[in-house]
Design a protein around this ligand. Structure first.
Ligand code: ZN
Ligand code: FE
Ligand code: FE
Length: 271
C-alpha cells in the first residue's frame, strides 16, 4: 500500500475554513495519513483583506503555529510539519517580506508560495468573480505565469502551490500553452522548488487537478520534483483524492513524491 501524505492544510484561524489544528490532525490520523504539513495562510495587511476572511491575524497565526508544534510532539502515527502558505505580492514587497518574517519568527519549516492576486485583484476569490468578465483571460494567464515564475525563483518558497490556479472557475487561455508551461517548468527546475499536485481543483468548477496533465508533463520533462496536497479547509477534506494525485503523477512518469520536512530535507514516498 502506498503511504498517504497531505502537504497543504488550513484551519479555522484563517477565517474561511473550519476545523481546529487538533481536528485537522485527528482527521489525518482517521484517514490513515502518515505525514501532513499544516499550511495556514500568513496574515495579509488589512487593506488587502478588508473582509477579514482571507487570512488570520498575526496573533491567530502565532497561536496556530504553537498548536501545530505541540501536535508534532504529542501525536503518534502521523508526522506533523509546521508550514504556512504565503501570498506573493510583488507590487507590495514589504508586505511579502512581512509574511516571511512572521513565518520565520514562528518557526515555520515549509513555506508554500502562492499567487492568488494580481496587483490587488484576488482572482481566485469565489465571493466575487465579476472582475473576470472585465478581463482578457489570455492576458491574465500570461501575467499570472510571469508572477509565478518570479515567485518560484525568488528563493523564498519551498513549494509552489496550485500552479495553474487561474483555471479555477473554468477560465482557459485560447492560445497554445506549450511555451508558457515549458517556461514555468524551467523556472521551477532552475529554482529547485517543489511543485504541489493539488486535489483542490477537483472540488472547484474546473474539476481538475492543479496542475492539469499538460503542465504536469512539462514539470516532469524539466525534472521538477512534486509533492501533494488537498488544500483542505475542513476536516472532511483532509487527505481527499490524494490517490487521484498519485495516479496522475505516475501517469506523467513520476515514481515518487516528496514529503517536505524543512531545511531542504524530504522523505520520498514511492508511487
Ligand atoms: Zn484558504
Ligand atoms: Fe492557495
Ligand atoms: Fe491553501
Amino acid at each position: 500500500m502506498r503511504e498517504l501524505i497531505d502537504c497543504h492544510l488550513h484551519t479555522e484561524a484563517c477565517g474561511h475554513a473550519s476545523g481546529t489544528v487538533a481536528q485537522m490532525v485527528s482527521a489525518a490520523v482517521f484517514a490513515g495519513l502518515t505525514g501532513i504539513v499544516m499550511t495556514e495562510h500568513l496574515p495579509l495587511p488589512a487593506d488587502l483583506d478588508p473582509g477579514e476572511y482571507l487570512s488570520p491575524k498575526a496573533e491567530q497565526f502565532s497561536r496556530y503555529a504553537q498548536e501545530v508544534r505541540g501536535m508534532a510532539e504529542r501525536v503518534k502515527g502521523v508526522d506533523v510539519v509546521l508550514g504556512a502558505e504565503a501570498d506573493w505580492l510583488p507590487w507590495r514587497m514589504e508586505d511579502t517580506d512581512a509574511q516571511l518574517l512572521l513565518a520565520r519568527e514562528a518557526g515555520v519549516d515549509i513555506i508554500l508560495g502562492s499567487v492568488h492576486s494580481l496587483d490587488g485583484w484576488v482572482f481566485d476569490d469565489p465571493t466575487d468573480t465579476s472582475e473576470w468578465d472585465r478581463r482578457d483571460v489570455d492576458a491574465v494567464w500570461v501575467q499570472y505565469f510571469e508572477r509565478w515564475c518570479d515567485a518560484a525563483q525568488s528563493g523564498h518558497f519551498d513549494v509552489m502551490a496550485h500552479p495553474d490556479l487561474p483555471k479555477k472557475f473554468g477560465h482557459r487561455p485560447s492560445f497554445d500553452t506549450a511555451e508558457l508551461f515549458a517556461g514555468a517548468a524551467q523556472a521551477a527546475a532552475d529554482a529547485g522548488v517543489l511543485i504541489e499536485v493539488s486535489t483542490a481543483g477537483l472540488r472547484k468548477p474546473v474539476g481538475e487537478l492543479y496542475p492539469g496533465p499538460e503542465l504536469l508533463a512539462a514539470f516532469r520533462q524539466a525534472g521538477v520534483d512534486i509533492t501533494v496536497g488537498s488544500d483542505a479547509h475542513e476536516p472532511g477534506d483532509v487527505g481527499r483524492d490524494i490517490l487521484v494525485a498519485y495516479d496522475a503523477a505516475a501517469a506523467a512518469g513520476y515514481g515518487r513524491v516528496a514529503f517536505p520536512l524543512g531545511q531542504g530535507e524530504v522523505r520520498w514516498v514511492e508511487l
